[in-house]
Design a binder for this molecule. Structure first.
Ligand SMILES: Cc1cc2nc3c(=O)[nH]c(=O)nc-3n(C[C@H](O)[C@H](O)[C@H](O)COP(=O)(O)O)c2cc1C
Length: 320
């Protein structure tokens, strides 16, 4: 931290909880906004590095790791211009984030803005600018009041970290599970034989748990009984974006969670669907998956990808 005193000054989140809650609400908006998790994490971390905010660097490094970011990219972030680890869209976001953060000297030059505008549409540019602005605000609070970084090592910190963040599943992830309505569940036997099968019953239980129904999945269930580790992918075939969730399964043949999931399916699909069990998934890692279409076609927007793929499948887009 670029400071002279290491001593904490004011616990601003207890002195002005309402103000902090409003800032958290902005974060909540941004976590479900048009800016994907990977770019959000990188930008937040880079801005915090420029401002020299130890607390925020620590927090957003943890976030990035939780979202599946690679260590090699995190290590290269402060000198991203000298590496090949970042996509053109990420590079444009990082250059723009640096210019907006250093606004006093830079006044956000055309070159950085126009490069960002090649990779982000207007809504995304507004959301991206807000990610940067809000991060700068958090940095200024933490630096001015000398908020210390968390003391818990990253590996041991997941539970506490999640508590303060309300859980691993972002609003965007939860919306994707609800809207995409199809996922693939990957399991492995004790001997390591892989198995992947589709499920249309995936649902969100809370900020850390998903669930799906065993209607006709004998091999998935056999594997989970031996080895509860699983990965679930859900990808929207039109926008070519989705999420991957890793976690641990708990099999439930009755009880409130079983009733909740089963009733939802019976209400939607009719009472004859045989539900043998509900698999509750404790999500331990969640990250976005993005088609290379986004970084191979510089500046392409989500709407453009949707239009292109809807046309390929012969679908009409009724609403964007
Ligand atoms: C679109 C689609 C959705 C499906 N949804 C479910 C589901 O939610 N639950 C389930 O048990 N089976 C579901 N199935 C059926 C299983 O995927 C299928 O029976 C598969 O062969 C099970 O394989 P497994 O025994 O390797 O898990 C679905 C199949 C398709 C094609």
């Amino acid at each position: 931290m670029n400071s002279t005193s290491p001593h904490e000054r004011v616990k601003y989140w207890t002195v002005a909880p309402d103000a902090v809650q409003h800032m958290m609400n902005l974060n909540k908006y941004l976590n479900g906004s048009s800016i994907e998790a990977k770019v959000r994490d990188l930008v937040r971390l880079r801005v915090s590095q420029i401002n020299g905010c130890d607390y925020c660097i620590d927090l957003h490094t943890r976030d990035a790791i939780r979202d599946g970011e690679q260590t090699v990219r995190l290590e290269a972030l402060s000198s991203w211009r000298q590496t090949t680890h970042f996509t053109p869209r990420e590079q444009a976001a990082l250059a723009y984030a640096e210019a907006v953060t250093r606004v006093i000297e830079s006044h956000v030059p055309d070159a950085d803005y126009l490069e960002a505008a090649r990779h982000f549409n207007e809504k995304e540019l507004v959301d991206l600018t807000l990610v940067i602005a809000v991060m700068n605000a958090w940095n200024r609070m933490a630096i001015s009041f000398r908020r210390p970084p968390q003391q818990t090592p990253i590996a041991e910190n997941q539970a506490a970290d999640k508590e303060s963040r309300k859980g691993i599943l972002s609003p965007e992830m939860k919306a994707a599970v609800k809207n995409i309505r199809l996922c693939y569940v990957a399991t492995a036997s004790l001997g390591g034989v892989p198995n992947v099968s589709p499920k249309a019953s995936l649902t969100v239980l809370d900020d850390d748990h998903l669930a799906f129904a065993n209607i006709a999945s004998p091999r998935t269930m056999k594997n989970l009984a031996q080895n509860p580790q699983l990965e679930i992918n859900t990808v929207d075939q039109i926008s070519r974006r989705g999420f991957r969730f890793r976690g641990t399964a708990e099999i439930m043949e009755s009880g409130p969670t079983f009733d909740l999931v089963a009733n939802e399916i019976w209400t939607r699909e009719g009472p004859n669907v045989p539900i043998h069990a509900v698999v509750k998934v404790h999500v331990t890692a969640a990250s976005e998956v993005l088609s290379p279409a986004y970084w191979l076609n510089k500046g392409i927007s989500v709407d453009e990808v949707r239009r292109a793929w809807a046309a390929r499948y012969g679908y009409a887009i009724l609403a964007t």
